[in-house]
Design a protein around this ligand. Sequence first.
Ligand SMILES: Cc1cc2nc3c(=O)[nH]c(=O)nc-3n(C[C@H](O)[C@H](O)[C@H](O)COP(=O)(O)OP(=O)(O)OC[C@H]3O[C@@H](n4cnc5c(N)ncnc54)[C@H](O)[C@@H]3O)c2cc1C
Length: 474
Amino acid sequence: MKCSKVFDLAIIGSGIGGTLIAALNQDKKIIVFEKDKNVGGCASTFKRFGNYYNAGATTFMGYEEGHIIKKMFDSIGFYPNIKKSQTAIRVIQGSTVIDRQTNFEAFLEQIQRAYPNQNNRKFWQTIKEIDEKFWQLKHIYYSKKNLTSYLKSAWFFLHLLKTYKLTLFKSAQSFIETTLGKISREYENFINAQLLITVQSTYQTIPLLSMALGLAYPFHKVYYVNGGMGSLIESLLKEINVHTQEEVVSVYKDKKFYRIITNKQEYCAYKVVLNSTVYDSGKLFVQENIQNYYQKFSLHDQSAFVLYMTLQSQEEFLHHYQIILDKTIPHTISNHFFVSFSDQYDEKLSKNGYSITISCHTKALFWKELNQNEYQEKKSETQEYLVQAFFDHFKTLQRQNMVCCFSATSKTFQHYTHRLNCGGNKLSLKTFLSLPCVSTPFDGLYNVGDTLFSGQGWPGVALGVEILNQELNE
Ligand SMILES: Cc1cc2nc3c(=O)[nH]c(=O)nc-3n(C[C@H](O)[C@H](O)[C@H](O)COP(=O)(O)OP(=O)(O)OC[C@H]3O[C@@H](n4cnc5c(N)ncnc54)[C@H](O)[C@@H]3O)c2cc1C
């Protein structure tokens, strides 16, 4: 069968991964499909009841010399409309306040005051150094397509080994035990709360390298994106052929190219990049061997409960706070929540008051399996708990100044971003070979996004994009 619309590259999804790879390949004949009306997926900004909200991602990191995100932006001459957050995150745990910031000595002083330990300097200095070495690594590579890619991956692993030596094999837990000794419950909660928002895991289950990347996140400059995170994605996609509200419903691998059937039309592309999660991508395919390939990846059952609020106040706030509680928030797996305020001077987000995104972690399947009544009941309970906890911590703010408030579960995320879960299964020496990667065994078919090995958020997804870009253009 002939195809009238043929593209070099079709990208299914406009999340961070789909957007970055599209921006880096603008010289090709490309098309991006996005099922929602907003681009950006978990990093989109949406409008509801006349107000704008960031759907999920609120912090932007990696716009600094030497970092791959800055390198990518520079290579396409893109200058983001961002503002450096004065403090990356203010962490509040009872009466303890710790500002996560780029100034190491100032941070260390606060940590030492909150959780005295003679080895705090050694611990945090090592974390910082491991992270710095990682972002200086050249030729990051991980792929399992053919013998050459296995060899290249092995070469990268040797490079990692040369850089980190035996540190590479250390677990986060053993590093904490040997440097800090037995730590208090509060210190443990502080460390794990940070790790859950960056690497989606606690220190008990990850290697030292992952812990270092997760804990060192706020040692980097963290930025606020003017106009909402979605504006950054929209600007990156400005010159690109993006079809929003066009869902890809099926893909068929022909001899010459991939046939892509959407809810509107049929297209063909020589290469396809899937920004759908690796847990959902298999469902798109007609061929059984491709379906089977994706079925191998077991769902990472973690998602977010997000509360969106518009609130009027003349008071000034930092961009981001993390509140650590002494008990678990109902129907979630978090004893902490993350609060992001829109910038006071953001004309779009702060037009009717502060646009506030509050999030915590939940199990993805929990919400899916409830009947409608249970779902509504539990959702209201979690929402009310978070609203109350928010006003308990921001005591100068008044409930009556809340203009608007609603929430989202993993089911809501599935509706809008086509995904039930957040992030992928964690990378460790054990999972190194079984995790998905950017390439697939099928010619011309690739993955990108946070369900791959490299993890959550801008930096993690960008690592995958960096490798994918090498694969696409080799
Ligand atoms: C509550 C929350 C807070 C977060 N906070 C931060 C933060 O502060 N900083 C940070 O860096 N990261 C943060 N993250 C993580 C970050 O948002 C995600 O890791 C990242 O956005 C995922 O990008 P992705 O490339 O995997 O694409 P996704 O966001 O998963 O987007 C995929 C896109 O593909 C589309 N799509 C899927 N299937 C189809 C189809 N068949 N046809 C057409 N379109 C399709 C979807 O609609 C979606 O838009 C947060 C995440 C959440 C949930």
